[in-house]
Design a protein around this ligand. Structure first.
Ligand code: NAD
Ligand code: UFG
Length: 338
């Protein structure tokens, strides 16, 4: 049986495909190439030395998805496909709800029709909203999200919980990611954002490579040790390995499972800048700007549940995250080739 990976050519998906194939798992990938390059497919194959089926298909295309389920022997699904830019979601809420929520509904319906009831879903720490205090634990009330992107994640979590209540033959794992950074050790796979990066690490690496002049730190008057925002950065390969455990969980038993995937450690923006400078030997000029609307002061996980129940723990520290991000950026100044 194969694992269907939606959004499998994107940043987290591609790293997860490599780890799945490295353990001999058969995969089938579906991606509409909206936010990735086809060359990511070639890089995954080159890294693993193995081939796999790739379907260029939108998850909202029920007919296209059905054909994949008819052609392939799909046992479970890892569902990464989605739009993820917080700011853009404020400008384009309908597109975000359509792509993320409607896309998931179409996928779930096709899965049900083909008797496949095992899914691992890419959720986000954003579902904890503005009111919970870090370290965040899975039993905290979720909601209180401040932007359409976050609401799509919250809504999909609600849909999946309701689905499980309606039919407990489903096995569903909600993975709440904290802040994925880093890249594959080889330097051949990494994060390749379009346009001006919104997220901290790709912005820093583009300053380091000379594409951007200087980093703007969004506020230094938060109630944190140095005044800048604190986040739980996690190496993308650790995150990918968490998915292998989650697939094992849904394949092993029915249920609705929720896990944080984070390190449990918070670093400030300036901590990351310093760690990156050390890893790359490059100076990162920065200016302090105003706070970015919607940002929390502090957001980090309690990562114990995933350790206790999945036997998963993030192993790679901030220095390694920075070294690997830099290797990817310096070897691929323009990201993936067209
Ligand atoms: P990404 O944009 O690199 O990957 C997503 C992939 O899904 C892309 O390759 C894109 O082309 C594809 N896709 C989007 N809409 C699709 C559709 N309708 N049909 C088929 N394919 C589609 O993003 P990522 O960073 O790898 O994130 C993967 C998932 O994890 C997303 O759901 C994202 O919301 C979630 N997540 C990401 C972060 C993060 O910081 N990167 C944090 C929390 C959660
Ligand atoms: N930051 C800067 N300058 C920048 C970019 C970011 O100072 O140019 C700061 C932010 O203010 C924040 C920290 O760096 O304090 C991290 O910001 P990111 O944009 O990298 O990440 P966020 O924590 O804001 O958001 C991420 C994902 C979202 C997800 C959220 C919660 O991008 O998709 O984590 O899981 F919703």
């Amino acid at each position: 049986m194969a694992v269907l990976v939606t959004g499998g050519l994107g940043y987290i998906g591609s790293h997860t495909c490599v780890e799945l194939m490295n353990t001999g798992t058969e995969i089938v990938v579906v991606d509409n190439l909206y936010n990735c390059k086809k060359s990511s497919y070639d890089r995954i194959k080159a890294l693993t030395g193995k081939d796999f089926k790739f379907y260029e298909c939108d998850i909202r295309d029920a007919e296209g998805l059905s054909k994949i389920f008819e052609n392939e022997n799909i046992g479970s699904v890892i569902h990464f496909a989605g739009l993820k830019a917080v700011g853009e979601s404020v400008q384009k809420p309908l597109e975000y709800f359509d792509n993320n929520v409607n896309g998931t509904l179409v996928l779930l319906d096709v899965m049900r029709k083909h008797g496949c009831k095992k899914i691992v879903f890419s959720s986000s720490a954003t579902v904890y909203g503005m009111n919970n205090v870090s370290p965040l634990t899975e039993n905290m009330e979720v909601g209180g999200v401040t932007n359409p992107y976050g609401r799509t994640k919250y809504m999909i979590e609600c849909i999946l919980k309701d689905l499980y209540v309606s039919d407990n033959e489903w096995s569903i794992c909600l993975l709440r990611y904290f802040n994925p950074i880093g890249a594959h050790k080889s330097g051949t796979m990494g994060e390749d954002p379009n346009g001006i990066p919104n997220n901290l690490m790709p912005y820093i690496t583009q300053v380091a490579i000379g594409k951007r002049e200087c980093l703007t730190v969004h506020g230094n008057d938060y109630d944190t040790p140095d005044g800048t925002g604190v986040r739980d950065y996690i190496h993308v390969v650790d995150l990918a390995l968490g998915h292998l455990k989650a697939v094992g969980k849904v394949e092993g038993e029915n249920g609705l499972f929720i896990y944080n995937l984070g390190t449990g450690i918070g670093y400030s923006v300036l901590d990351v800048v310093k760690a990156f400078e050390k890893a790359s030997g490059k100076e990162i000029p920065y200016v302090i700007g105003p706070r970015r609307s919607g940002d929390l002061a502090t957001c980090y996980s309690n990562a114990e549940k995933a350790l206790n129940e999945l036997g998963w723990k993030a192993e790679r520290g901030i220095d390694e995250m920075c070294e690997d991000s830099w290797r990817w950026q310096s070897q691929n100044p323009d990201g993936y080739p067209d």
